[in-house]
Design a protein around this ligand. Structure first.
Ligand code: RFL
Length: 388
């Protein structure tokens, strides 16, 4: 089957769905091709906080009500150093720029609903999605539907929103992109459990290693535990997990609950430059990945989608190609800024606890850096600004 549309979006994660909704509001025709089923996509639990800028983006495009209704503002965070709590009021220090607590799967579900309610074309279980002719003026995207029918869609632009392992970046010829990778030297085990959420996002710094607990809905928590890089999840039985969380979070009475997911997260960063090849634009995790420290991955994906939507609207509706030409440069500024913040925060949170990581001297430096957040108003405001 042959069809044509202005923009083909590959992938329906936060990047693809944000872009689809913004293009729909701009009156730009688009179709979204997603490899997984709707149920799978709506249940994939990952991030939990939408940055202030992300919330504003949805409001500016008239999606505030459908995406943010009933969500609460984030504000405080707790840093527990050797079991001693210290509170940090991010919203107040960032001049009231609070983020919103929105679990990623809730955001994704709401974006799907909003897009479909507006008559959007979203095709799940699209197999063998393949872009063609990206370096020419008439690209196409082919895929096979669940009935086995092969579709070919002609378009003006392709948005590669298909995550780190997707087909979009893999379609770019070798050598066309410069890629940067960085390994942090430690790993994280992440555990999703039906355990009561903490009152505030909680970061635990302890000689046994870093740990954290974040709300993921009213009765669920996501926990993180520093572990060796490449650690085997099989070595982390439930009892060991709870014992280490109690120790590192300094809470002997930490409420537990059934563990629903246990994953090893590679603490790896990646950036592709430029985030474009011909008529293909790479958006979100397809172009860059970042560690979960600082909660920036989903937010970068949404910010990229905002920049691309404005660029496509200008190119296709106003005949102005300049914002689209500046897409990669505009996005990469934010990407590198957030990469730097995430690494800075990760280094401080890990080295202040576990002296075997970088030695006792750097441990003292990391503690001094942490202390500065509570003793210097300028340092606190800079940190809060980047968090928010
Ligand atoms: P996604 O969410 O990976 O979505 C990509 C979509 O593309 C589909 N796809 C394809 N579709 C068609 N054809 C193909 N060949 C395809 N290949 C893939 C996939 O099925 C999927 O639906 O990328 P996107 O939209 O760029 O969004 C990025 C975010 O999901 C990601 O950055 C965050 O989840 C990262 N992240 C966190 N970000 C935060 O901001 N705060 C956090 O606290 C946070 N915690 C996390 C995280 C990521 C985690 N994992 C598992 C990687 C915690 C974890 C554990």
């Amino acid at each position: 089957m042959r069809e044509s549309i202005e923009v083909v979006i590959i992938g329906s994660g936060p990047a693809g769905l944000t872009l689809a909704n913004l293009l729909q509001r701009a009156g730009v025709g688009c179709v979204v091709l997603e490899r997984q089923s709707r149920t799978y996509v709506e249940q994939r639990q990952r991030a939990g906080v939408l940055e202030h800028d992300g919330a504003r983006l949805f409001e500016e495009w008239g999606l505030g009500e459908s995406v943010l209704a009933g969500t609460t503002a984030g504000g405080m965070l707790e840093i527990r150093l050797d079991g001693q709590p210290r509170f940090f009021d991010v919203a107040a220090l960032a001049g009231g720029r609070a983020g919103r607590i929105v679990p990623q799967q809730v955001l994704v579900g709401r974006l799907i609903e909003a897009f479909l309610a507006g008559g959007g074309d979203l095709r799940f279980e699209a197999a063998e999605v393949t872009p063609h002719g990206l370096d020419g003026s008439a690209p196409t995207v082919t895929y096979r539907d669940t009935a086995g029918v092969v579709h070919e869609i002609a378009c003006a632009y392709v948005a590669g929103c298909d995550g780190f392992h997707g087909v979009s970046r893999a379609s770019v010829p070798e050598g066309a992109l410069t890629t940067y990778t960085y390994e942090h030297g430690y790993g994280w085990l992440t555990v999703l459990a039906d355990a009561p959420a903490p009152y505030h996002p909680l970061f635990g710094i302890h000689p046994a290693g870093f740990a954290a607990q974040f709300a993921r809905g009213p009765g669920a928590s996501r926990f993180y535990l520093e572990c060796a890089p490449g650690a085997d999840v099989g070595e982390w039985g439930d009892e060991r997990i709870w014992e280490q969380l109690r120790l590192r979070l300094g809470d002997a009475g930490l409420p537990t609950g059934p563990i629903t997911e246990k994953l090893f997260v590679e603490m790896r960063c990646f950036v592709a430059d430029p985030m474009r090849y011909g008529r293909l634009f790479l958006v979100g995790d397809a172009a860059h990945i970042i560690t979960p420290m600082g909660g920036k991955g989903m937010n970068l994906a949404i910010a990229d989608a905002g920049v691309l939507a404005r660029g496509l609207r200008a190119a296709l509706r106003e005949g102005d190609e300049r914002p689209l030409a500046a897409y990669s440069e505009t996005c990469l500024k934010r990407v590198w800024d957030h990469q730097e913040f995430s690494r800075w925060m990760g280094e401080m949170m890990h080295e202040a606890g576990n002296a075997t990581l970088a030695g006792p001297f750097r441990r003292q430096l990391a503690r001094a850096r942490l202390e500065r957040l509570f003793s210097s108003d300028a340092a606190a405001r800079a940190f809060a600004d980047l968090m928010a």
